[in-house]
Design a protein around this ligand. Structure first.
Ligand SMILES: [Zn+2]
Length: 144
């Protein structure tokens, strides 16, 4: 017996890559990227930087959070090569890396290099315009 869906499926299953949503917690980070700065939240109580951004520090739950301009230096902590397009128009394969900043936080981000990342290799931040006036940080090898 055929199963009839309870709701109508959309005619188009087009999935275009969305631009970042400007959540309250991320505005400083996104505006910093537009200026070419890596803005990361830092707890003024314990002094630690953290990611993802949020209203309280994940280490001591203090709500005294400020933003600092991070150097963007770090190392590759993990990476994956994506072979299947997630959004229409994705240019595959591409590499997603998790970078551990020298200051501590880990960011999951785009890889700028054409080479294969190496766990522990030093990286630095750069910025790419992903939409009109919308910039995001991305990372690549220092040797690039
Ligand atoms: Zn803290």
């Amino acid at each position: 017996m055929p199963v009839t869906p309870a709701i109508a499926l959309p005619v188009s299953m087009e999935r275009t890559r969305p631009l970042p949503i400007r959540w309250t917690e991320d505005i400083e980070h996104l505006d910093g990227a537009t200026r070419g700065e890596l803005q990361i939240p830092r707890c003024t109580s314990c002094g630690r930087e953290f990611w993802p951004a949020g209203p309280v520090c994940p280490f001591d739950f203090s709500a005294d959070v400020d933003w600092v301009t991070d150097s963007g230096d770090g190392v590759v902590n993990s990476w994956v090569r994506v072979h299947r397009p997630y959004f229409d128009g994705d240019d595959v394969p591409y590499v997603v890396v998790q970078v551990e900043l020298t200051s501590g936080p880990r960011l999951t981000t785009s890889w700028t290099g054409t080479d294969t990342p190496i766990i522990g290799e030093p990286v630095s931040v750069s910025f790419r315009e992903v939409g009109p006036g919308v910039w995001l940080p991305e990372f690549g090898s220092l040797q690039a």
